[in-house]
Design a protein around this ligand. Structure first.
Ligand code: NAD
Ligand code: ZN
Ligand code: ZN
Length: 365
């Protein structure tokens, strides 16, 4: 008998996900089957389901690339993980391992890279397949719901900050203090930087302050570039743009100090104007950054295991994914929503499930 599972499926771009029973996949040679415990909801999942980007997923597909779970079965020739291990299935599902990018630890830009919840089914389902060579290994003591946002939002901001090549004591602007940015603020503080949070939402800015930002600027109030230049006495040495909004990009470049680096990670569809004269005459570096490699993954998780970084999470059931998408699209998610599969598993085993409505699990006191 074929086993089935609950999954949220994108059947058509720009329409709500459809909750349905689909077949549990079985792991082929070199693959593992992971039983999902938790999966974060990233703004990228919205872009994926909307078909926002030039390279589109094949529909139907199951989104989700912040899945944490337990290895339930292993295919032939799997040696690096075993049944019962807790792993994360990140955006970088697998890569070739042999190209010039893989050989230099730039596997996220491998031309043969496969992406979870995009080019293969992801974590908005009770089970998913993974490549054991590319899963995240979740440190003991880290709850699956806490680990979930780290395997995309965490690694991406951590790597992005590294890409700004800053020295401790220098200024970084984190533009967009939502799912990615609220972790970016914490990584930047843990890395010894001075942090200026920029957002258009007072709640996100208050959160950034609570998480350690030295200053915050509301990009909707007056001239944000001038405000940042005043705070940082001439511009931030590094700027990390996570905002999924084009106006933030030109602004971020203008907030960058002479000889500074502006790192782009937000991915709103479209192009933005580059103030060419300023970039050239100020010797500014503009750098794209795309998640991180496996070593970045281990390092970004280690910050959390050491208690230096903690995601602010709100738990929701898979069944509520469309209302989560709606809130995320309209900026109504405080930091990160994590789909919690524990109640589903408890119900499946006949245990009582005491959840109704939204459960709050804010990270810090
Ligand atoms: P989110 O919705 O949780 O957070 C976005 C934040 O940006 C919100 O706080 C919002 O208020 C703020 N914002 C909106 N407009 C702004 C503006 N003009 N100026 C400043 N702040 C503004 O989204 P998220 O999950 O953090 O994802 C953010 C973006 O990063 C998405 O485009 C996503 O696809 C992209 N992303 C990229 C990578 C990568 O590897 N490069 C990885 C993950 C996500
Ligand atoms: Zn993501
Ligand atoms: Zn490769």
């Amino acid at each position: 008998m074929t086993q089935t599972m609950q999954a949220a499926v994108c059947q058509q771009f720009g329409t709500p996900l459809v909750l349905k029973e689909i077949e549990v996949p079985s792991p082929g040679r070199g693959q593992i089957l992971v039983k999902t415990e938790a999966c974060g909801v990233c703004h990228t999942d919205l872009h994926a389901a909307a078909g926002d980007w030039p390279l589109k997923p094949d529909i139907p597909f199951v989104p989700g690339h912040e899945a944490i779970g337990i290895v339930a079965a292993v295919g032939a020739d799997v040696r690096t993980v075993k049944e019962g291990d807790r792993v994360g299935v990140p955006w970088l599902h697998s890569a070739c391992g042999h190209c010039e990018y893989c050989l230099t630890a730039w596997e996220p830009i491998c031309p043969s890279a496969v992406f979870s919840g995009y080019t293969v089914n992801g974590g908005f389902a009770e089970y998913l397949l993974a490549d054991p060579n590319y899963v995240a290994h979740i440190p003991k003591g880290l709850e699956p719901t806490d680990a979930a946002p780290l395997i995309c939002a965490g690694i991406t901001t951590y790597k992005g900050i590294k890409q700004a090549e800053l020295l401790s004591g220098q200024w970084i602007v984190i533009s967009g203090c939502g799912g990615l940015g609220h972790l970016g603020v914490q990584y930047a503080k843990a890395m010894g930087l001075l942090v200026c949070g920029v957002d258009i939402d007072p709640g996100k800015l208050a959160n950034a302050k609570r998480l350690g930002a030295d200053a915050v600027v509301n990009a909707r109030d007056g001239d944000a570039v001038t405000a940042v230049k005043k705070i940082t006495e001439g511009g931030a040495n590094g700027v990390l743009i996570t905002a999924p909004s084009l106006p933030a990009f030109k602004q971020g470049i203008e907030m960058t100090r002479k000889r500074g680096t502006c790192v782009l990670v937000g991915l709103p569809p479209g192009d933005f104007p580059v103030p060419l004269f300023d970039v050239v005459a100020n010797c500014v570096t503009i750098r794209g950054s795309f998640v991180g490699n496996r070593e970045d993954m281990a390092e970004s998780l280690a910050f959390a295991a050491a208690g230096k970084v903690k995601a602010d999470i709100e738990l929701e059931p898979l069944a509520d994914i469309n209302s989560v998408f709606e809130r995320l699209e309209h900026g109504k998610v405080a930091a990160r929503v994590v789909l919690d599969f524990a109640p589903v598993s408890a119900a499946a085993t006949g245990q009582s499930v005491g959840t109704s409505g939204r459960r709050l699990a804010t990270g810090r006191a």
